[in-house]
Design a protein around this ligand. Structure first.
Ligand code: HEC
Ligand code: HEC
Ligand code: HEC
Ligand code: HEC
Ligand code: HEC
Ligand code: HEC
Ligand code: HEC
Ligand code: HEC
Ligand code: HEC
Length: 420
């Protein structure tokens, strides 16, 4: 293994600047069929080809010889098809070498292999288990694309499927005794909906929470703490709450996922607080302080939501009748903002903290309701006014008509035919 690696080190450097150098590997393999031909057919989509690298830069050998015995001579560094357990090191041969990579991309990271070795995948591979993900299971091989390429298997929209290829395969995962429902659950989540349906690339994929090369994403001490890296304000309140020390002691940092779960995170609602699906009821029996607070919070949130919806419908009908209510409608937006603030404040699990935005929201709901009702009342007044004036105009027309008739009748000879 030593000799090929040493030769490999110089092969790519030798190629630099050679432009369209001879590539007997590509030429011959392009004429083969099946698995031997595939790499040659895919080569044009590969990021390495685009950077002037070729077959021999990974496999070794002599690209200038058309004689297969010479081209694929182990004495010329040819390594053939690498074993799965050897792949990360093969890739790291360049990707872990800052001097080499700098020639292509000065800012490119060179820590992928180093991090990989700290992950569950890397540790298991090092112990000889080649069932785990190596570099090529996430990035593919022979059609490796730039990570920002929308067709790359690591592009956010495709990554969940890339992981699921193994993690949803019950047979492959059977011997590890871990669940295989992560992708199925994730597909029911608010995050998948944001990502796949709304194309929001800031929503987390598998790797945003688990990290890609390392065991966990940077800046978090455990995967369970990852929610706070995006939902910062929620985490700040939660961290100071009565639940934080209890949940983290019980589940090694379970945090948010105790109530929201990890993969199947659904749209939160007051059903989490009250009713048959309430998460609080798992720990707080009816009648205890925790359960009372949960019921109170649900009442506040539902109450404010209903009040805002009522104001909204009154304003909408006033608007339909052409009444000017745009200012109140804008104000209603502030009311909804308070509902959002209240849902955030909930995470302190202290009723006083939530009361403020609830009260502010209620005041706006009432104020906008009054504005809407006033507009509807004014509409009625105007309608009544209109009806009165229509009647008045009608009477006036009738009176004028009668008057004209009377004047015409009283004119001498008015109704007699004119003399011929
Ligand atoms: C003249 C034709 C020819 C040339 C030139 C050639 N190959 Fe091959 N290569 C073959 C054939 C034929 C096979 C065997 C295919 C099979 O077993 O199905 C093969 C097999 C391989 C394999 C698979 C080996 C294994 O262990 O399964 C690799 C990798 C490979 N070639 C890489 C290269 C590289 C890199 C070069 C250039 C340095 C190269 N080849 C040049 C014809 C060629
Ligand atoms: C970026 C590194 C890299 C480059 C460039 C590369 N290969 Fe490979 N190749 C690999 C790896 C890794 C494997 C092992 C794949 C696996 O285990 O499924 C492989 C496997 C193969 C195989 C065996 C396929 C099989 O299914 O048995 C052949 C043949 C092959 N490569 C030929 C080529 C040819 C021809 C080129 C140039 C057109 C090329 N490779 C370019 C890394 C590379
Ligand atoms: C479990 C899946 C997985 C494995 C295994 C994996 N990668 Fe990645 N890799 C990713 C993801 C996801 C990204 C980031 C994509 C993005 O930024 O959108 C990435 C990014 C990269 C990048 C771009 C620079 C960077 O670090 O962000 C390179 C280069 C890279 N990987 C090489 C490798 C090499 C070499 C290996 C093997 C040592 C490897 N990867 C193993 C998933 C993986
Ligand atoms: C001969 C040196 C060399 C080898 C070996 C090599 N690469 Fe690369 N790789 C490069 C260079 C150079 C680039 C282009 C510069 C860049 O985009 O980082 C690149 C680019 C990439 C990218 C795109 C990075 C980005 O930011 O979009 C990925 C992914 C990648 N390689 C994965 C692999 C994998 C997986 C292997 C092993 C199967 C491998 N490479 C083996 C040199 C190499
Ligand atoms: C080639 C198959 C394969 C691919 C692709 C793959 N994994 Fe894995 N993964 C495994 C295997 C096998 C294990 C070992 C299971 C174990 O030890 O519990 C594992 C372990 C893990 C673990 C640790 C599970 C534990 O034990 O707690 C996490 C987390 C993980 N993978 C996440 C991912 C993510 C995220 C992706 C995609 C970016 C991914 N994997 C892609 C096969 C794969
Ligand atoms: C929003 C963050 C998040 C996303 C997205 C996510 N996970 Fe997880 N995942 C977690 C957390 C948190 C755990 C529990 C880890 C712990 O307690 O240390 C976990 C656990 C796991 C485990 C260990 C076994 C288990 O089910 O408990 C695997 C494997 C795993 N996730 C794979 C995936 C895959 C594959 C995807 C994408 C389809 C994914 N995860 C998406 C946060 C996430
Ligand atoms: C990479 C950033 C990121 C991470 C990590 C993350 N989220 Fe999210 N989350 C988002 C985005 C983006 C949305 C969509 C926001 C929207 O609908 O406007 C979202 C939506 C949500 C929603 C629905 C909110 C709403 O108003 O509809 C909940 C609940 C949620 N996430 C909880 C969690 C939990 C719990 C975790 C940790 C297990 C977590 N998130 C991890 C970015 C993240
Ligand atoms: C003790 C249970 C519990 C814990 C722990 C918890 N939440 Fe929540 N969360 C809730 C409840 C209940 C709601 C729903 C309020 C509603 O919509 O009626 C909610 C709502 C949310 C929402 C949606 C807000 C909106 O505007 O719709 C997000 C986002 C969220 N939580 C994130 C988090 C994050 C991040 C953490 C961890 C830092 C966390 N939660 C911890 C119970 C919890
Ligand atoms: C996993 C169990 C668990 C869940 C789920 C849970 N709690 Fe708690 N909660 C506790 C524990 C334990 C305490 C501390 C009780 C004590 O110190 O006496 C506590 C304390 C509280 C307190 C302080 C009052 C008291 O009882 O000491 C409030 C308020 C509270 N929880 C509200 C909620 C709400 C609302 C929910 C649902 C959104 C919820 N909890 C979900 C376990 C839980």
């Amino acid at each position: 293994m030593r000799a090929p690696i040493a030769l490999l080190l110089f092969a790519p450097l030798g190629l630099l600047g050679q432009g369209t150098a001879k590539n007997s590997c590509l030429d011959c393999h392009g004429m083969l069929d099946g698995a031997a031909q595939r790499p040659a057919l895919l080569a044009k989509t590969d990021v390495h080809t685009a950077n002037g690298l070729g077959c021999a830069d990974c496999h070794g050998g002599d690209r200038t010889s058309d004689d297969p015995g010479e081209a694929m001579n182990p004495a010329k560094g040819f390594i053939g098809k690498p074993a799965r357990t050897a792949i990360p090191k093969l890739c790291a041969h360049c990707h872990g070498d800052p001097n080499f990579m700098r020639k292509f991309r000065p800012q490119q990271r060179v820590d992928q292999f180093e991090l990989y070795q700290t992950s569950v995948h890397g540790k298991r591979l090092a112990s000889g288990d080649d069932n785990v993900a190596t570099c090529i299971d996430c990035h593919s091989v022979h059609d490796i694309r730039a990570v920002k390429d929308p067709q790359a298997p690591v592009y956010p929209l495709h990554l969940p499927e890339t992981c699921a290829h193994c993690h949803a395969d019950a047979k492959r995962m059977a011997k590890y005794g871990i669940p295989t429902n992560q992708f199925a659950e994730y597909q029911t989540s608010v995050h998948w909906n944001a990502l796949k349906v709304r194309g929001d690339l800031s929503a987390p994929t598998c790797a945003s929470c688990h990290g890609n090369h390392g065991a966990k994403p940077p800046q978090v001490e455990s995967v369970a703490a990852v929610c706070g890296s995006c939902h910062v304000l929620f985490a700040q309140l939660y961290q100071k709450s009565v639940h934080e020390p209890i949940f983290s002691a019980a589940s090694g940092g379970g945090g948010c996922i105790v109530c929201h779960s990890n993969h199947g995170i659904h749209q939160p609602s007051t059903a989490m607080l009250q009713g048959s699906k309430a998460v609080c009821a798992q720990c707080h029996d009816a009648g205890t302080p925790g359960a009372n607070v949960a019921a109170q919070m649900a009442g506040w949130l539902d109450g404010l939501d209903a009040a805002l919806k009522h104001s909204e419908s009154v304003l909408a009908s006033a608007d339909k009748y052409g009444m000017e209510v745009s200012e109140a409608q804008v104000r209603l937006g502030d009311g909804r903002e308070n509902l959002v603030k209240a849902r955030l404040a909930l995470h302190a699990f202290q009723p006083e903290q939530m009361k403020k935005p609830i009260d502010a929201g209620m005041a706006i709901a009432n104020e906008t309701l009054r504005a809407g009702q006033a507009a509807l009342h004014e509409k009625d007044v105007r309608r009544m006014g209109l009806a009165v004036s229509v009647v008045f105009i009608g009477i006036t027309i009738l009176a004028i008509w009668a008057l004209i008739r009377r004047i015409e009748a009283s004119r001498p000879g008015a109704s007699a035919p004119a003399p011929k």
